[in-house]
Design a protein around this ligand. Structure first.
Ligand code: B12
Length: 213
């Protein structure tokens, strides 16, 4: 029985209040709450709401940053609890947000879920140029590359990265997955990616199917 008031977690992430968000998360975890449900049912809806308010002009960049900080604080607690739930590695994945783009909440969530579901994940951060993606793939010998973009102005850079991978001769050794709010299936296909998903759960399903393909 979960006694922790998870509505307060929603309010804390929405209000950008790190300490209360972390406190409710810790309480819920100690009572046996499922990390994935905490993220999907309380934290993501709060980020969606702050995004909506930002679009409507009733929230501003500092609000977004505070909410992002609260979300990250909770994710740091939940991530280790999701990892290692399955033992043998399902495959190796390099993940990064493309050049010019600093959004990393969604990417980190995808990375955490993939890790939690048995993939080995190399997270190479944000604002990643094409050479760095190629180098990371060479170094890690990853099976899958995941790219994230949250801006309409940066999503086109994904094509540059795909081209760089083709030029480096690695295209046949790696599957490419893309995601981020402004993307869609058609865009993913048009840049030559192997798959697209709108969310972190879908990313896991897709990665598993690409590994079996
Ligand atoms: C938080 C936020 C910020 C924070 C980011 C903090 C951080 N550390 O990430 C800060 C304040 C820094 C920020 C800055 C900016 N932002 Co901003 N930001 C957002 C906001 C509100 C939420 C994004 C988020 O975290 N969502 C929650 C996560 C969980 O969802 P997600 O990222 O979509 O990820 C999910 C899926 O997309 C998918 N996914 C994501 N990546 C991948 C990868 C793969 C491989 C797969 C399969 C799936 C997948 O799975 C994820 C989990 O389910 C959005 C609004 C929105 N509704 O999206 C605006 C938004 C993206 N930002 C926007 C803008 C304009 C900016 C700024 C230009 C603002 C400014 N004037 O300074 C700057 C740009 C900075 C830069 N160069 O990147 C616009 C973009 C508009 C556009 N069409 O391009 C948006 C849409 C807001 C708006 N409506 O105006 N932002």
């Amino acid at each position: 029985m979960i006694m922790a008031d998870l509505d307060k977690l929603y309010e804390a992430v929405l209000g950008g209040k790190l300490e209360p968000a972390v406190a409710v998360t810790n309480e819920a975890i100690s009572e046996g709450a499922d990390p994935q449900s905490i993220i999907n049912e309380h934290m993501i809806p709060a980020m969606e709401e702050i995004g909506k308010r930002f679009e409507q002009g009733s929230a501003f960049v500092p609000n977004l940053l505070m909410s992002a900080r609260a979300m990250k604080g909770c994710l740091d607690i939940l991530k280790p609890l999701m990892a290692g739930s399955e033992t043998a590695s399902k495959g190796k994945i390099v993940i990064g947000t493309v050049k010019g783009d600093l959004h990393d909440i969604g990417k980190n969530l995808v990375a955490a879920m993939l890790e939690g579901c048995g993939f080995e994940v190399v997270n190479i951060g944000v604002d990643v140029p094409r050479e760095k993606f190629v180098d990371a793939l060479k170094e890690s010998k990853a099976d899958i590359l995941c790219m994230s973009a949250l801006l309409t102005t940066t999503m086109s850079y994904m094509k540059d990265v795909v081209d760089a991978i083709v030029e480096s001769g690695l295209r046949d050794c790696v599957k490419i997955m893309v995601g981020g709010a402004p993307l869609n299936e058609n865009f993913a296909r048009s840049i030559g990616a192997d798959g697209y998903s709108t969310n972190a759960n879908g990313a896991v399903v897709l990665a598993k199917s690409l590994m079996n393909a």
